[in-house]
Write a protein that binds this ligand. Structure first.
Ligand SMILES: Nc1nc2c(ncn2[C@@H]2O[C@H](COP(=O)(O)OP(=O)(O)OP(=O)(O)O)[C@@H](O)[C@H]2O)c(=O)[nH]1
Ligand SMILES: [Mg+2]
Length: 377
């Protein structure tokens, strides 16, 4: 059985596009007084510099929708908001209406999935009206049960933030969590800079608060927690391997080893979507040819396995040159782990996609894949 590297890369691109298109649309409402740091937070947590695209499209007097074409996230922002007696009530009504509209659509893409209520920590004291607003909203929300996360913005010094967090927790509000954070580094004086922190925790809290069907989307749009992306990607590998090569996998002969490939393509597509990185067909061609593809443009399943098995100490083929589910799983896991490492390098800017497509880059990819294979036994 022959695999054509070019066709394989195209197949991967198609599946990536399909994955991205199928991502459910995530909708988050952000409430907080003007200047607390909502826009700064949005830009730190999500790719695409969302909040820079302007103040967003007016939805109601107080609420603006921020989104981008082909981007599976809408932020309902409340820019310039100040809690004054009637404004407070207006906002509550507007948001409640928005939530009810979403619910009656019965379409997950149109529902509100979460609320971030932002309080500025440097105001040193939580005002009663903020607590009251959250309590009133939680009452309206008793049936809809939108998870409410209270975010303490600009939460330095940490000691002050801790006091504020404890104070809010003691109010017995119906909220998921209080998350203190500093979205971007802050100068204290010339000698001291507060380091940004906490956006990664916010992602973790969101992963717990959101339904499973929105996890792919959250990972795709977030840029605040690399560890979470990696862990989630490892879950995709484990699930792919278990589904394809788990119990009941009939050992396949060497010559049919290309049967591994569809699983591997799906896995690569899933991981790419998690990283939210735009990859080209040439990039995937470079990856495939540096790993399972060997040197030529056309590969035989047999060559793939024969070459790769040499790299795994202690793993051979079964009777009659068949490979077992365990071996197929090892290969696939190594390929997936290598791909995560490569995505991580691009994500961190350690190597560009263009560099990876060059000779040095291909050598790097080859080395990473071999190292992953050697880890298995
Ligand atoms: N250093 C630092 N500055 C921050 C942070 N968050 C907010 N700021 C600053 O606080 C100011 C207000 O932040 P914004 O993000 O515009 O506040 P906002 O909540 O979007 O305000 P409105 O859009 O008016 O409702 C800006 O000058 C930010 O630079 C942070 O995490 N670190
Ligand atoms: Mg703003």
């Amino acid at each position: 059985m022959e695999i054509n590297v070019d066709k394989l890369a195209q197949e991967a691109i198609d599946q990536i596009n399909q994955r991205i298109k199928n991502l459910k649309h995530l909708n988050i409402v952000i409430v907080g007084k003007t200047g607390v740091g909502k826009s700064t937070l949005i830009n730190s947590v999500f790719r695409e510099n969302l909040a820079e695209t302007g103040i967003g499209k007016p939805i109601t007097d107080e609420v603006r929708a921020i989104t981008k074409a082909d981007f599976p996230l809408t932020i309902y922002d409340t820019p310039g908001f100040d809690l004054g007696a009637h404004k407070q009530e207006d906002l509550l009504k507007e948001i409640t209406n928005l939530i009810h509209q979403g619910v009656s659509s019965r379409d997950i893409n149109k529902m509100i999935h979460c609320m971030w209520y932002c309080i500025n920590t440097s105001s040193s004291r939580v005002e009663q009206e903020e607590i009251d607003w959250i309590r009133d909203f939680a009452k309206e929300n008793r049936i809809t049960e939108i998870p409410i996360i209270v975010i303490l913005t600009q939460a330095v010094p940490k000691k002050d933030a801790r006091v504020m967090k404890e104070y809010i927790e003691a109010q017995n509000l119906d909220i998921v969590k209080v998350v203190p954070l500093l979205a971007i580094d802050k100068d204290y004086d010339e000698e001291f800079v507060y380091q940004a922190y906490g956006c990664d925790t916010l992602i973790e809290v969101m992963m717990h608060a959101l339904p499973d069907e929105l996890h792919d989307t959250l990972q795709n749009v977030q840029i605040a927690n690399l560890e979470s992306k990696k862990k989630y990607s490892e879950g995709i590998i484990a699930a792919s391997v278990a589904a394809a090569f788990g119990e009941g996998f009939a050992p396949i002969p060497f010559s049919d080893a290309a049967l591994l490939v569809p699983t591997q393509v799906g896995m690569i597509a899933g991981i790419t979507a998690v990283f939210g990185i735009d990859v080209s067909k040439s990039f995937l061609t470079a990856f495939v040819s540096s790993t399972i593809g060997g040197a030529g443009a056309t590969v035989l399943g047999k060559t793939i396995v024969a070459n790769i098995l040499k790299l795994i100490p202690g793993v051979g083929t079964g009777i009659g040159g068949a490979i077992s589910g365990a071996t197929a799983g090892l290969l696939t896991t190594a390929l997936g782990m290598a791909y995560i490492k490569i995505m991580e390098m691009v994500y961190k800017g350690e190597m560009t996609k263009e560099q990876l497509m060059g000779d040095d880059g291909k050598d790097t990819m080859k080395r990473i894949f071999k190292d992953e294979l050697k880890k298995k036994k």
